[in-house]
Design a protein around this ligand. Structure first.
Ligand code: GLP
Length: 258
């Protein structure tokens, strides 16, 4: 993993946007994996600014969302297909037909998961995948105990995740859906490049496990230790628990920041 402990949200967003831009500069038709949550919002704003400045285009790209709530109102702003459109894809030159997300309101959820996996495969797989991390170590909605080999599946959210996300549902826990559709850990691990963003002290424990913990289904994000091109972009607060923080800073300065 490449670990960058960066001073603020703006620097994290610019660094993440550079990693995305590098992929699109080489392959304008790159397949883009999109994450929800608050962590990638500054990145999306930066990519919109770069698009407006004529520095990047998504006209030839295809995108795939990581996950979705099951049984959420069609027009709810937290329905992830609405969220991704509102926060990012509708502000750039994505072809709306090329923007994909699993449908958590499908009549047959198992069939929808299989359809979604096949669509990712048909697109040639994901070239660059954005990730956040849950305070319980989840990526996408792969909660503790999930198989490292899992594909897109129906999942059950932990109480912790539902509490964390209640802020997006007027603070009311009982309004947060209990189930989700999510790309599996096996699906995510096939992305060619992964850019994970984590900020704030609430993520410190999960980041410590992600970077320095044993690879374990208890902390699903730890599987990223096995990925050949995973970039972990964090702020000081999220990195506060890292034992080898000084070493990671030295490596980053000497290799990526000269
Ligand atoms: C949700 C999403 C995850 C995201 C996580 C963190 O549960 N399914 O993909 O990484 O929240 O959210 P935030 O970035 O708001 O902390």
């Amino acid at each position: 993993m490449k670990i960058a402990i960066l001073p603020d949200e703006t620097t994290i967003a610019a660094t993440a946007a550079d990693l995305v831009s590098e992929v699109f500069a080489a392959h304008p038709e790159a397949v883009f994996g999109l994450a929800t949550g608050s962590s990638p919002l500054a990145l999306y704003r930066e990519l919109i600014a770069r698009y407006q400045a004529g520095e990047i285009s998504f006209a030839q790209s295809t995108s795939f969302n990581l996950d979705e709530y099951v049984s959420i109102e069609a027009d709810h702003p937290q329905r992830y297909r609405n969220f991704i459109s509102d926060q990012f894809t509708s502000h750039v030159d994505f072809n709306p037909a090329a923007v994909h997300g699993p449908d958590g309101n499908a009549a047959d959820l198992e069939q929808e998961c299989a359809r979604y996996e096949a669509a990712i495969e048909r697109a040639g797989g994901i070239d660059v995948q954005i990730l956040g991390i849950g305070s319980d170590g989840h990526i996408a909605f792969n909660e503790p105990g999930e198989s490292f080999a899992s594909r897109t599946h129906v999942g059950v959210l932990t109480e912790q995740t539902r509490r964390d996300n209640a802020r997006f549902f007027d603070g009311q826990l009982d309004r947060v859906p209990t189930h989700c559709l999510t790309q599996g850990l096996g699906t995510i691990m096939e992305a060619r490049r992964i850019v994970l963003i984590a900020q704030g002290s609430g993520k410190a424990r999960a980041v410590k496990e992600l970077v320095e913990g044993a690879v374990s289904a208890k902390w699903p994000a730890t599987i990223l230790q096995m990925h050949p091109d995973a970039w972990i972009l964090i702020d000081e607060a999220a990195g506060a628990g890292l034992e080898l923080a000084d070493y990671y800073r030295e490596v980053w300065e000497k290799t990526h920041h000269a």
